[in-house]
Design a protein around this ligand. Sequence first.
Ligand code: ATP
Ligand code: MG
Length: 328
Amino acid sequence: MSRIFSGIQPSGELHIGNYLGAVQNWVRLQEGRDATFFCVVDLHALTGNYEPSDLRRRRHEMAVSLLAAGLDPERCTLFFQSGVPQHAELAWIFNTVTPLGELERQTQYKDKSARQESVLTGVLTYPVLQAADILLYHATRVPVGEDQVQHLELSREIARRWNHRFAAETPYFPEPQPLLTPVRRLMGLDGQAKMSKSLGNTIGLLETREQIWEKLRPAMTDPARIRRTDPGNPDVCNIYSLHKAFSDEPTQAIAAANCRGAAWGCIDCKKVLAESMETVLVPIRRRAADIGARPSYVTDVLEEGAKRARTIAQDTMRQVYERMGLTD
Ligand code: ATP
Ligand code: MG
C-alpha cells in the first residue's frame, strides 16, 4: 500500500513558509487514515535550544495550527512522534547502517552546526531519525519543502543500505520520493535566508492582520527599487512571490505590471498583498480559535492517531528485528 508521511517540528509557530511549502500539500493529499500520516516531530525539536514548558505549549499549538490549516482526522492520521517509541528505536537501527560522512555533508547540519558553539550529536543524526519516521510506515511519498530534498535522498540511501544488508532478495523498505509545491522555498522577510522557525524571520499562520502588517511593512523587496520611481523586477522580489501564493491571478498580473512600470511603490504592493493574505488566513484563524477552545478534542485526536501509528510501527519493528537476528 502506498503511503504518505510528513512531519513538522514544534520548534516554534507554524509559519507561512511551512504552510506554502508543505502543509498546504498535506491538506490536499489527505487520502485516508491508513494512507496519510502527519506527525508533530517533537523528538526532532529537542535538537534545538528549548525550555520544556515552551515545548509542551508549542506541541499543542502546532497540533491546533495543523487542524486549523485543514488536516482532517477523518482523512489522515495525525500524532506526536514521541507517542510512538518505534521512531527512536528504528533510528538506532538505521544509525548502524549510515556512514558518518553522509551525515556530515548534509547542508542543514552544516548550517545549523555553524550557528552553535557546541554541536550536539542530535543535529548530526537528525536525518537518520527522519528516515526512521518515514520508513516505519513504508511511506513512498513525502510532501516537504525544498530544504528537505537532500535529507530524503539520504533516506533512500539508508533504505537501500539496510535492504542490501538484511533484505537483499526482496527489498523490505521502499525508497521515498519528495513531493514539492510551487513555493518550494519561501525566503524570510529579511530576504537573507529561508523563512525558518528558528531564525525569527517568519510570519505565523495565525498572526493577526496588525501583526502581519508590522512585519510586511519593513520587509525586503527588489533591492534595485531605491526611489519610488525606480522600476522593479517582480521575479527577484520576495513580496511578489507572496503575491503568487496568496493573490488571485488578475491581482498578480497587476502587481507585476505596476512594479515593472513603477506605478506602485513597494508599500502599495504590500498593502494589496496584506488584503489577499487576509482572504486566505481569516478562515484558518477562525478554525484555530474554535479548535483551541477545545483542548481535550486536540489531545484525543492525537492520541487516537498515535494508537493507529503504533500498530503499524510495531509490525515494522517485528519484521526488522526478525531480519536482523534479534529474535529467537
Ligand atoms: P526550524 O527552523 O526549526 O528547522 P522550519 O521552519 O525549517 O523550522 P521544519 O519543521 O523544519 O520548519 O519543516 C517543516 C516543513 O516545512 C518541512 O517540510 C520543510 O521543508 C518546510 N519548510 C520549512 N521552511 C520552509 C520555507 N521557507 N519554504 C518552504 N518550505 C519550508
Ligand atoms: Mg527546518
